[in-house]
Design a protein around this ligand. Sequence first.
Ligand code: GLY
Length: 478
Amino acid sequence: MGEEREKVGILVISYGSRAAAVIDALSRSEVYKARFYVADKQRNPFNAEHAEKHVVIPDLDVGKICDFVEANKNDIDFGICCPEKPIIEGVRDALESRTGIAIICPTKRYAIEASKVSQRRLLEECCAEANPRFNVFHRAGYANVSEVKSAVWAFLDEIGDEVAVKPDKPAAGKGVGVWGDHFTSREQLFVHFASIFDSGSDVIIEEKMEGEESSFQAFCDGKRLSVLPDTRDYKRAFDADLGANTGGMGSYKDKKDWLPFMAERDREKEEKLVKRIFNRLRGNGSSEELRGMPFYVAFMHTREGAKILEINSRPGDPEIQNVLPVLKNDFVDVCFRMIEGNLSRVECEEKATVVTYAVPIDYGGYRVKFSGDKKVELSGAYELTKKNRYGDNLRIYPGSMELREDGYTYALGSRTVCTVGIGETIEEARGISLAGIRNIDGALWNRWDIGAEHHIQRSVRRMKELRATTPAAYTGKR
Ligand code: GLY
């Protein structure tokens, strides 16, 4: 790549490995030479190395992000924000009005991730068949605990005990309690319910959806969606889907746009549902307020077809790391198109990818404390990214880790670093991802079964079993 590339200044608001993947994808542009202005949760070594200017804002406070951008506004052409907290708090609204710089993410009004209740109401209007039965328990609606308990009991009498209990706010998958996983009696269920209710949040109780999950992501310029291949996230902390829910321990993508346990028509159904949500929100025209990734939708493929678990207004982590490394389009160009409102089809190489996260050994809630050395050395993994080893088929994206004054990098509290393997098959991609993981030096652990054949075959079998019991009313409608 010659120096004749056009210079472009890009603000990246960063939380975790996802931002490193974004910076990597933007850096690979053959047309633009990206210069990064990074507002980061901590001194991420990858981001710091790539940044023209790097500032640490641990709480990603919108006002502080605005101050950073204001001070550099003559050098920044556009910005991109992936973490949900600033999006929900209106970072785009604030930055665009204070600096005039276009930001890629939805405005506060369209950050529908902010409320699970609003999502369910929206789906009721446009995609009722993808909504489970649900009820909302508002904080203000009950005089005391026994009153709300009676209301919960009455709802369970109506739909059965097999439910999910969720706070009406984003909880990174961690506030959700599910019958059979987190509680097995009504009393236990109510303990979970009360912990959310007492924390000041409304609570939503939904019918539990049995099936297999997929993650759907699409870029949006306000006029159209450009859909990306499906991925499968692994939420549980330990192999065989045991342990607590986490932010996601890894994910896989197949060569085609849908997953091995899905049929092409399942993917088509997902697209139809998401387009209906998009059409509903944009009304008759377009709404550039939806720019970015307004619909990262977690689907559950059930015996009754595709249902929606939740909608997020940002790229998934780790799911977007499955996709960005295999984008065929120039990602800077895709960003400009989202801003200019002329987004066209975004294509990916026909490759499988597997993301595996390495996390601190006290992550996931089993080991209460780890007071040992938290130093993490990634040079062994980077060694494998050389041309004579895996080359570009292995990517290493640091997340919750920081570069300190002593020149070493240290793990913090959340998911430390992910490795992305790219291959002709999921198995090949998994081998490459795990080779990267094995060569990280540090007190970390990871799941070994992300994208493993036995795990995928279990999904295929479960889906077959569920479909064998599909009620007649649903056949042909999937
Ligand atoms: N993969 C889970 C999330 O991004 O929320």
